[in-house]
Ligand binder design. Sequence first.
Ligand code: GTP
Ligand code: MG
Length: 195
Amino acid sequence: MNVTQAEFVISAVGPDQYPEDGLPEIALAGRSNVGKSSLINKMIQRKNLARTSSQPGKTQTLNFYKINEKLFFVDLPGYGYAKVSMSQRQQWGKFIESYLLNRDRLRMVILLVDLRHPPSRDDTAMYDWLSHYDIPICIVATKADKVPRSRWPKHLKQVKETLLVRGTDRVIMFSSETGLGKEELWSHILQHTDD
Ligand code: GTP
Ligand code: MG
């Protein structure tokens, strides 16, 4: 897709702050530091509209980015960050959970995993949870530029087997460095947002 307009709209800490435009939403979930914010930037061809960091735990709120007056990307805080306190983690869980379960404009969750490593228990739990609630999922295995091309099939297989990916769910290899997978992911997103 040709992105002509992308703007940061709001960092929401509660439902009363969610945008009211009525546009479809695509949420980004995954471990802290897996590359959610970087993926958004690559998809919209902007260097740092979504704040990224080499330090995990950068994104702490629900960040809404409006694209072409057509859809929102919703950058969720990453999970699995050890330095976050238990009470913070519980609060985080409730917050995200209520968004994912109650937001009628949510059309799909992009679940990011790191292509280099087998998905973590948290990744598997997230996948199972989303599946259980019948939320449409697209799995994106990112940081592909860090894996030699000859090993891509092996790593992709590992991702699919560890998560026990159902045949109906897409798995897309991606790199926010090279742009690998970008067009494939856009076409998949548009399938879920075009009415
Ligand atoms: P939180 O906001 O903490 O949940 O992290 P995040 O998932 O938004 O990760 P972020 O996009 O901030 O990226 C974390 C680090 O990984 C940064 O140093 C990025 O430059 C790097 N990174 C992200 N995607 C890629 C990729 O595709 N390839 C490479 N080589 N590095 C990446
Ligand atoms: Mg982030």
